[in-house]
Write a protein that binds this ligand. Structure first.
Ligand code: ADQ
Length: 756
C-alpha cells in the first residue's frame, strides 16, 4: 500500500466518528510576517519550499498553523490581531505566539542560533553556552506547547518543526498526554560526542522522546539520535526497527529526507531558453547559499583561487557565480563572514581579472524563483559544497532545472542530500585539492557521463518530491502514534519502567546518587560455581559508563573476599565491599574491620576442619576474613545434613553462621554486616550528614542483602531481585536482565534531568 493510500484511509477512518483529524503545524515562524501599519497589521507571505509544501496539506485536511508572526510583542495588540482574520470558508487558521524583545534575543537569536545551530552543525568553537538563554528557550517552548494544547485535540496530528522547539513535546505531553505528536528536524542531528557538550542535551533528548515520531533528514542523523537516546537517557533502542523505548513509550526515529517541488522547477526551467553548448561565453559554475558559516563560502573561494592557479588555461573561459541571500544580518558573526567573503572575492578578482573577464561574479541579494531557475539552467556545474547541512535544497533545485541533463552536480558529502544523491560528484568540502580536482573533472566530463549521472539524479528527485515527503511523513507519524499508544500501554506495565517511574523524582531531588549493587544474583545470574559467575560485557560497559557519570557513586557489595569481587568486576575506580562488609576499598577508602585479626585464627581452624568433611559436591571456600561451605552441587537428600554439619563446626569455633543460597558461611561473631558497611561507606564518602545531599539505592538478591535493605529504611531505597519473597526492600525487579536495564538508565544519568 502506497503512502498516499495509507494516509487517505487513516483520515477517512477518523472521520467515521464525525470529527476530522486535522494537521496542527507548529514552527518558530508563521508562514507570514505581521507588520504593524497604524492601528492594524499587514501580512507579508514568506517565500519558501516548506510553506509551499505544508499549505496544500493543511488546506486539504484542515488545520492550524501555530508560530511567531515575526513582529515583536505589542502591548496594544492581542495575538488574534497578529494573524489574518479567519474567513468562514478557510480550512486553515493561524495562531500567533507573540514574543517579547528579550525572548527573541534569548530564545531565538541566542539559544537557537548561537547555541543549537553551531553545535548541531559541528561548530563547537562557535557554540555559546549560557544558562540565561536556555531558561528563556524553556519558557518559550512551554508557551508554544500551551498554545498547541489549546488549539489541538487528541484526534489531530501535531507536527512540530525544527530545532527551535525541541522541548515543546515534553511540555505538550504533560499538558495533553494523549496528543499525537511528531517532530521534524531540518538541520543535522550530531553524534553523541558532540551533543554531550551541551549541558542541557538530556533535556532536549527527553523532549524528542516524548514524540511518537521524530523525522531526520538522513539515516545517519537518525542513527545519531538513537545512540544519544541510548547513551544519554538509557532508552532501550531497537536499531533495525528504528525505535527508542523510554519511560514506557516508544518513539519511532526515521529518515524523511525533505525535498522540493520538482515539477514546478522542471516547468520553470522549460520556459527558460538555454544557450547552446558551443557558445563563446564563459562556462558558469554556480553556488547558491544563505550567507552562513556552515555553507563554507570562504573555503569554496579558496578552492576557486587554487583552481585558477592549477589550471591557468581556464582563465577567461570559466566564471564562478556565487549567489548569497543575506541572512541573520544583525548578528556580529554574520557581519564578519560577509566582510570575509567580500574581501576574498575582491582579492581573487583583483588577482585574475583580465580584459573584461572576472573569475567570480558575486551577487548578494535575494532572487525570485524565475531568476534563480534561469541561473540554475545556464550553469554547467552546480558547486554545492557546504561544510555541514541538514539536507541542502539548492542541490535538488539545481538537479530539477537540468532538463537536458547536461549539468554536473558537485556535492558535499557533509550535506544530508549526499545520502540520496549518489550520482553527484561528491567531495569533502574541507579538502581544497579534492574540490579543485572535482571542478576540473566536471569541466572535462564527457557528455554521455554527465547525462547518465544527471538523469539518474533527476529521477531520484522527481519521485521523492516535497508533496510525497509530506504525505509519507504524516502517514508514518499516524502509524507511529497509533502503534505507540498500544505499545506504551503494554510497556508501561513493565517492571523496570515501574521502578524507573518511582525512582526518577526521588533521585532527582538530591545532587548525588550512591548506587550499591550486590554481585552474585544481582549483576550476574547465580551459577553453580562462583568462578563461573562472569560479568557480561554489557554489564561491564554500563558500569564503566556509570563510573564516568557525574554525581554518581558506584559501590559493588559482595560476600566474596574483596580481592575476589574486585577481580571478577575488574573495573578500577569503583568502590568494592568484600566479605559481607568486613573489607572495603575504593577511592579514598581502605577499611578492614578491626575484629578480623582477633578471629582470624578461629576462621582458619574452622576452615581446616570443614575441609575434612567428605560429602560429594561439597566444597570449602577460604575467603580470609570468612569461610564459606558451598552445597549447591550436593545431591538433594544429602544437602540439609551437610549444611547442618557445616554449621555445627562453625559454631564450635565461635563463628556466626549465616545461610544463603546453597551456602553456609562462618564469620566473626560481631555486629557487622552489609547494612552497616553501606552506612559506613556513605559516611566516609559523603560525611555523616550524607542524607541531606545523597540518594542511596541498594540492589540485591540475597538474604544477606536484607541487612542492607533494613539499614537503608527511611534513609534510602532498595530493590530486591528475584521472585516475590518476604523482604525489607521497597521495590522488586524480576531478574538480572532487569537490573542491567535499570543500570543502563542510571548510568545515563537521565534521572538528573529534573534537577535543574
Ligand atoms: P537552509 O539552510 O536555508 O535550510 P537550503 O536547504 O539550501 O538551506 O535552502 C535554501 C533555500 O533558499 C533554497 O530553496 C534556495 O533556493 C533559496 N535561496 C538560496 N539563495 C537564494 C537567493 N539568493 N535568492 C533566493 N532564494 C535563495 C534549512 C537547513 C537545510 C535544509 C532546509 C530544509 O539548513 O539543510 O535543507 O532547512 O529542510
Amino acid at each position: 500500500m502506497g503512502a498516499k493510500t495509507a494516509n487517505r484511509r487513516s483520515i477517512a477512518e477518523r472521520r467515521d466518528d464525525g470529527e476530522a483529524s486535522r494537521l496542527v503545524v507548529v514552527s518558530n515562524r508563521l508562514p507570514f510576517t505581521s507588520v504593524r501599519r497604524g492601528d492594524r497589521f499587514r501580512f507579508k507571505r514568506s517565500p519558501g519550499g516548506l510553506v509551499a509544501a505544508l499549505d496544500p496539506a493543511l488546506s486539504r485536511r484542515g488545520g492550524v498553523w501555530i508560530g511567531w508572526p515575526g513582529a515583536e510583542m505589542d502591548e496594544a495588540a492581542s495575538a488574534a490581531e497578529m494573524v489574518p482574520p479567519p474567513r468562514r470558508s478557510d480550512k486553515v487558521r493561524y495562531r500567533a505566539v507573540p514574543l517579547s524583545r528579550r525572548e527573541v534575543a534569548l530564545y531565538y537569536e541566542a539559544f537557537s542560533n548561537r547555541t543549537l545551530w553551531p553545535l548541531f552543525h559541528y561548530f563547537l568553537a562557535r557554540t555559546e553556552i549560557d544558562s540565561a538563554s536556555w531558561e528563556v528557550y524553556e519558557r518559550v517552548n512551554e508557551r508554544f506547547a500551551a498554545a498547541t494544547a489549546e488549539e489541538s485535540t487528541d484526534r489531530d496530528l501535531v507536527w512540530v518543526q525544527d530545532y527551535q522547539l525541541m522541548r515543546l513535546p515534553r511540555y505538550l505531553r504533560r499538558m495533553a498526554p494523549h496528543r499525537r505528536v511528531a517532530f521534524f528536524l531540518h538541520i543535522p542531528f550530531p553524534s553523541f560526542e558532540v551533543l554531550r557538550v551541551l549541558p542541557w542535551a538530556r533535556h532536549l533528548m527527553r523532549g524528542l522522546l516524548d514524540c511518537d515520531l521524530v523525522g531526520c533528514q538522513s539515516q545517519e542523523h537518525a542513527d545519531h539520535l538513537l545512540s544519544c537516546a541510548e547513551q544519554m537517557l538509557g532508552a532501550s533502542v531497537n536499531r533495525s526497527e528504528g525505535v527508542a523505548y523510554f519511560e514506557g513509550r516508544p518513539t519511532a526515529v526515521q529518515a524523511h529526507p525533505i525535498s522540493i517541488d520538482f515539477d514546478m522547477f522542471d516547468r520553470a526551467a522549460a520556459k527558460v531558453g538555454v544557450p547552446p553548448e558551443d557558445d563563446d561565453r564563459p562556462i558558469e559554475i554556480l553556488s547558491v547559499d544563505r550567507l552562513d558559516y556552515t555553507k563554507g563560502i570562504p573555503e569554496r573561494l579558496r578552492a576557486v583561487e587554487a583552481f585558477f592557479d592549477r589550471y591557468p588555461e581556464y582563465r577567461g573561459r570559466v566564471v564562478f557565480v556565487q549567489l548569497c541571500v543575506p541572512s541573520r544580518t544583525a548578528v556580529p558573526e554574520y557581519k564578519e563572514l560577509k566582510r570575509q567573503v567580500d574581501e576574498a572575492v575582491g582579492s581573487i578578482n583583483g588577482r585574475f581579472s583580465d580584459r573584461g573577464w572576472a573569475p567570480i561574479r558575486y551577487l548578494y541579494r535575494s532572487f525570485n524563483q524565475d531568476e534563480l531557475v534561469s541561473l540554475y539552467r545556464s550553469a554547467r556545474v552546480g558547486l554545492i559544497n557546504p561544510l555541514r547541512d541538514g539536507m541542502n535544497l539548492v542541490a535538488k533545485e539545481y538537479v530539477a532545472a537540468q532538463i537536458e541533463g547536461r549539468g554536473v552536480l558537485i556535492l558535499s558529502e557533509m550535506a544530508g542530500a549526499a545520502e540520496e544523491l549518489k550520482e553527484a560528484v561528491q567531495v569533502n568540502p574541507y579538502d581544497v585539492d579534492q574540490v579543485v580536482s572535482a571542478i576540473h573533472r566536471a569541466l572535462v566530463m564527457p557528455e554521455a557521463e554527465r547525462r547518465s549521472r544527471m538523469l539518474a539524479l533527476r529521477h531520484r528527485v522527481s519521485v521523492a518530491d516535497v508533496q510525497s515527503w509530506v504525505e509519507r511523513f504524516v502517514s508514518c507519524a499516524e502509524a507511529a502514534a497509533d502503534a505507540g499508544g498500544a505499545a506504551a500501554a503494554r510497556r508501561a506495565a513493565g517492571p523496570v519502567d515501574a521502578v524507573r517511574r518511582r525512582l526518577q523524582p526521588w533521585l532527582a531531588a538530591r545532587p548525588t546518587t550512591a548506587l550499591f549493587f550486590d554481585y552474585d544474583g544481582t549483576l550476574t545470574p547465580i551459577v553453580s560455581r562462583p568462578e563461573n559467575a562472569v560479568l557480561s560485557a554489557t554489564a561491564r560497559r554500563l558500569l564503566r559508563r556509570a563510573l564516568r557519570t557525574r554525581n554518581l557513586d558506584i559501590v559493588i557489595v559482595s560476600g566474596r573476599s574483596l580481592a575476589d569481587v574486585r577481580n571478577m568486576v575488574g573495573i578500577p575506580g569503583l568502590t568494592y565491599v568484600g566479605n559481607h562488609g568486613f573489607e572495603i576499598e575504593g577511592p579514598g577508602i581502605e577499611f578492614r574491620h578491626e575484629a578480623l585479626r582477633q578471629y582470624q585464627g578461629a576462621v582458619e581452624m574452622a576452615a581446616a576442619e570443614l575441609a575434612t568433611i567428605r560429602v560429594k559436591g561439597l566444597w570449602v571456600e577460604r575467603k580470609g576474613a570468612t569461610v564459606a561451605v558451598h552445597v549447591r552441587e550436593v545431591e538433594d537428600g544429602a544437602r540439609r545434613p551437610a549444611e547442618r554439619r557445616a554449621a555445627s563446626v562453625l559454631r564450635r569455633h565461635n563463628l556466626r553462621v549465616t545461610t544463603g543460597k546453597a551456602v553456609v558461611e562462618g564469620r566473626p561473631p560481631i555486629d557487622w554486616n552489609k547494612g552497616y558497611a553501606v552506612l559506613h561507606v556513605l559516611a566516609l564518602r559523603h560525611g555523616v550528614d550524607w542524607v541531606s545531599r545523597v540518594r542511596a539505592l541498594y540492589v540485591g538478591d540475597d538474604v544477606t542483602d536484607e541487612d542492607a535493605f533494613r539499614s537503608l529504611r527511611g534513609l534510602g531505597r532498595s530493590i530486591r531481585v528475584g521472585p516475590a519473597t518476604q523482604t525489607e526492600a521497597d521495590m522488586a525487579l524480576p531478574n538480572t536482565a532487569a537490573v542491567i536495564e535499570l543500570l543502563g538508565w542510571l548510568a545515563s544519568g537521565a534521572f538528573e534531568v529534573d534537577r535543574v
